[in-house]
Design a protein around this ligand. Sequence first.
Ligand code: SAM
Ligand code: SF4
Length: 331
Amino acid sequence: MAVVPTELVDSYGRVHRDLRVSITDRCNFRCRYCMPTEGMVWQPRDEILTFEEIERVVRVAVQRFGVRSVRLTGGEPTVRAHLPVLIARLAALGVDLALTTNGASLSLLAEDLAAAGLSRINVSLDSLRPDRFAAITGRDGLDRVLEGIGAAVSVGLAPVKINMVVMAGVNDDEVVDMAEFGRRQGVEVRFIEFMPLDAQQAWASSDVVAAADIVAAIDAVFPLEGEPRTSSAPAQRWRYRDGGGSIGVIPTVTESFCTTCDRVRLTADGQFRTCLFATDEYDLRGFMRGGASDDELASVMTSAVSRKWAGHQIGQVHFIRPSRSMSQIGG
Ligand code: SAM
Ligand code: SF4
């Protein structure tokens, strides 16, 4: 009789305990590093997983394979109606539940999200200058996002982290200001290298600001010391030597962390992926809507993970950009 694995383990021995779930590909922002101002084609609504389907995939991952942490993302997850209902259903599965959001609706939603069982939140914020914020996101909403961050802190979501995508010549002159903002607010800022996943396919390697340069710029003003790496975390963490908190840098492009990756993904339209940059997907929605059992869903997951590649090849000649962009996969 075939032995059914109890972990999502790949051929390199990496055990997968972290599931990213995109719950919509739609968004109320148009961040220039993610999608164009006009012309984004949304997934038809009937192809988007229902709350029941999302809960089912998460339950199988948690109960069969010991997945411990789940992060909801998108698109913008807060544009999905009744988000607190989904949060409550997933929190009941006993996972560490996190959310990544642009923060625009957070001042209205933070309390309900926390009450429903959300534990942690990441809010994207790429500039503290209103005009630049609007130029990057396509929306005049800096104040609302700042209010949202304040609301998340005050309802006790912990930790609240800020995600800043750093782009050369666009906002790289603000990394120290952003670090200072994080110190003042008591939140950790995570500086993310710009990845080749924008829907416009305008990314160029010259747009990337290397994590090492970001750390050097901050260290010159607020001296830092490195923290030991926790094995699977994508962010390298640095502590302020004066005790003022910490920062994270996510060096996807310049120093990939694929060897310790423990992450799998579910897209809003129900495709199971083993890497953000994967060029193949496994159609869990099709299986579920075709009447598959939980055993069959589990077997799709194990076979996908068993074929997971060693890592992405950004910057090398054989890199193939995935056909879907960041907001269609789930960042
Ligand atoms: N809409 C939510 C938000 O913006 O936080 C969640 C989805 S968004 C796709 C998730 C994260 O991916 C955000 O922190 C965003 O800044 C980041 N992101 C989007 N496109 C990116 C790119 N091309 N390179 C690096 N990070 C990117
Ligand atoms: Fe929307 Fe997030 Fe993409 Fe910005 S990064 S356009 S907020 S999905």
